[in-house]
Write a protein that binds this ligand. Structure first.
Ligand code: FE2
Length: 498
């Protein structure tokens, strides 16, 4: 915040530049002209602002610490100081919980996983929860859960070390269809109460699927997740198909991701599958497991990246695509695990998500190893929907059994493949005649998917909330699903011609 105060004068004038820091966030800059013979009121203003000047000189030289890590910052100018403090809010934890997020558990109709972050000063985490009430009475006797805690220290070259305690817990034995409230804290410092609705046992399940957010997440992805929430507030979960951020361990980027979603992350449970940008040299982001609380029921060694979720009529599976690409062992173990899982799958609908596409939007982005290993498993078990990212364009269609990225359709398995992007980074698409029944370039999208008994409704919306693609999948006994296309009569979006 910048404020300029001018006190008019008649004769002699002094110009004083005053800057005050209130806490770490507010920034007041005042230029003041003073006159000999000031009124009483102006004298008071002068004294206050003079004290503020003194605080500035103290603050600029202040050596300070974040959890015992004593250091000082040097600021070349005041603008830089202001920017650094703005960044502090997203980067450094405090005693008050931040980066609060809900994740799905393996049984999402009766439980939900909670995760948050604090400074190292906070040594214990508590989750309080209760059934929601019309008024404030829910807060009188909430249930309490003590959270697990782990400490994480991350640093990148030329960036501050960020140390934080991460807290996690699972709220269990909830009743399907009921509304609850919860908050997190340490007994002194608390979050607000968040309200959540558990899915009903036989109710339709709706979720939003996001392709890569990845770049300019605070600046450019925030409107997409917010528009998605505005379009469909009654969603059961959010699904992120990898590359949530750009550099796997850069804490400010994770800070931006949490900032962009704000309270939505704390109110709508998420699942996420890692992309190549959550990895570096086949090493998972150090923040991933501390900051999320995802299922660990998949392949051993790939906890919280390869897992399954089970609703009454729907199975959702996350595969770790980077490990499929880089590790022959994890490629094989994930393939065996998936084949066995789907062999004994009683669910009506199966949705699988992973980052690299089986069918790409560009020939030079073909993922041969992935397709050769996994497409036969999808075909064998008639997987319904495959949700992917990575190509920074949109493509949706059915595919054949021929092992190329572009060819005629056979629809024998009825599997629908989607590649999407939600962030601002955009790639060209060079396929003209391909597997894609609807495609787009240069378009940020989110998809709303509803699973209701024998039908899946799928709608893709652009960043403005306009419908871009739509279809219905209908169960057809043991035969492939019936696909009912409902593509809007709007032109295919391409990059503007240069
Ligand atoms: Fe990627």
């Amino acid at each position: 915040m910048e404020s300029v105060l001018e006190v008019n004068m008649r004769k002699y004038s002094i110009r004083i530049r005053v800057t005050n820091i209130i806490g770490l966030n507010a920034f007041l800059q005042t230029k003041m002209k003073l006159n000999i013979g000031l009124s009483y009121c102006n004298t008071v203003i002068y004294i206050v602002l003079s004290l503020a000047t003194f605080q500035l000189s103290y603050a600029q030289k202040l050596e300070h610490s974040h959890d015992g890590n004593i250091h000082s910052h040097e600021y070349a100018d005041l603008d830089s100081l202001m920017n650094r403090f703005a960044e502090h809010k997203l980067l450094f934890p405090s005693n008050v919980p931040d980066r609060i997020i809900l994740n799905l558990t393996e049984d999402p109709t009766t439980s939900v996983a909670v995760n948050w972050r604090t400074s190292l000063n906070v040594r214990e985490g508590i989750i309080e929860y209760a059934e929601a009430s019309h008024g404030p009475e829910f807060r009188s006797e909430p249930f309490k859960i003590m959270a697990k805690m782990e400490t994480l220290s991350v640093s990148r070259e030329n960036e501050p070390i960020v140390k934080a305690n991460y807290h996690s817990g699972i709220i269990k034995n909830l009743t399907p269809g009921k509304k609850y409230v919860y908050r997190v804290g340490d007994g002194v410092n608390w979050s607000e109460w968040f309200q959540i609705t558990m899915p009903g046992k036989d109710a339709p399940i709706s979720f939003v699927y996001f392709g890569d957010a990845q770049n300019d997440v605070k600046s450019m992805w925030s409107r997409i997740i917010r528009e998605a929430y505005h379009t469909m507030p009654d969603i059961d979960f959010l699904l992120h198909a990898g590359d949530l951020i750009n550099r796997h361990d850069r804490d400010i980027e994770w800070g931006e991701w949490f900032h962009a979603g704000g309270f939505i992350h704390a109110q709508v449970p998420s699942i996420m599958t890692p992309g190549n940008h959550e990895y570096s040299n086949v090493k998972l982001s150090p923040q991933w497991r501390p900051q999320f609380n995802l299922p660990t029921n998949g392949v051993k060694g790939l906890e919280e990246t390869c897992y399954e979720i089970n609703y009454p009529d729907l199975k959702v599976v996350s595969l770790d695509a980077e490990q499929i690409d880089e590790s022959p062992i994890f490629r094989e173990t994930q393939a065996k695990w998936l084949d066995s899982l789907l062999t004994y799958n009683p669910k009506k609908w199966t949705v699988i998500t992973f980052h690299y596409p089986i069918y790409s939007t560009k020939p030079n982005r073909d993922n041969v190893k992935l397709r050769e290993t996994f497409k036969p498993i999808f075909d064998k078990h008639k997987v319904d929907l495959v949700l992917q990212g990575h190509d920074h364009a949109y493509g949706r269609g059915t595919a054949d059994n021929v092992a190329t990225g572009s060819s005629v359709k056979s629809k024998e398995a009825g599997t629908l493949y989607v590649v999407s992007v939600s962030g601002p980074k955009m790639y060209d698409m060079t396929y003209e005649d391909s597997w894609m029944e609807r495609k787009a370039e240069n378009t940020q999208l989110f998809q709303v998917i509803t699973v209701a008994e024998d039908l899946v409704h799928y709608k893709a919306f652009t960043g403005t909330g306009d419908l871009y693609d739509s279809f219905i999948l209908k169960k057809n006994g043991k035969k492939p699903n019936i696909l009912i296309n409902q593509i809007p009569d709007t032109p295919e979006r391409r990059h503007p011609k240069k």
